[in-house]
Design a protein around this ligand. Sequence first.
Ligand code: B1M
Length: 212
Amino acid sequence: MDILKEISENLELGDFEKVSLLTKKAIEEKIPVEKILKFGLIGGMDIVGEKYKTHQIFLPDVLMSARAMHAGMDVLKPFFIREGMPNSGKVILGTIQGDLHDIGKNLVGIMLKGAGFEVIDLGTDVSPEKFIETAKKEAAYIIGMSALLTTTMPMMRKVVELLKKEGLEDKVKTIIGGAPVSKDFAQSIGADAYGYDSTDAVESVRKLFNQA
Ligand code: B1M
């Protein structure tokens, strides 16, 4: 069987040990890491999401798959992060308040670090106040927010509003992303940028720094 399909299937089954081993094997077979991520790991997670939506699997199954996804990402991480790259700016990253999804946010963090940015990852369930307090403390130019739930997306607007209220909108720029988030939504809340995926997020962050 195609090794990427095997990774995807074992991710669906939540077998983190096999996902880790197969990801290592795929690297040994010289399959490009971007391909392993896109078609093996993310491909598997997309199927998990679809099956969860249609009630073919349940929350504990999704948790097991998430654990397997992390195991695969741990193997790929060193290939995305090139050591010794100069820092080109600080980004405060986190999943917005009420939301515990962190796989996509972690991926964005890995790619940003790989591109040479300094990433301060606040984790999940991050309040608007915490984002702003940290951006001020760290003198960071960018706040990056992730949301995976339609119910938590609106909380991102609060960060943009608070920045305006504190007169910081020129000093701190915002980028948002996550499966339910769109470019239109980003514009509607006054965010400065939108990232469709981790590669697009890096491009958008780069553009924001270039405009600074
Ligand atoms: Co949840 N979940 N989940 N879940 N979960 C979704 C999001 C859902 C769509 C599933 C479904 O119904 N099909 C659904 C949301 C529906 C909605 O809002 N309309 C859902 C739900 C309902 C829930 C719970 C409410 C379930 C419950 O309790 N009844 C609950 C909420 C808990 C909470 O957060 N408060 C919940 C819980 C969980 C788990 C804990 C079990 C687990 C998360 C584990 C973890 O993250 N550590 C989980 C998972 C794994 C998923 C799915 C299956 C996969 C998400 C994922 O990791 N995708 C998801 C279904 C789906 O999305 N297909 C689902 C892979 C990841 C690489 O993609 O995160 O989209 P993604 O990130 C991408 C881009 O979006 C973008 O780049 C990334 C890389 O390409 N991106 C950014 C992300 N952040 C960015 C930031 C940027 C730029 C780009 O700039 C800063």
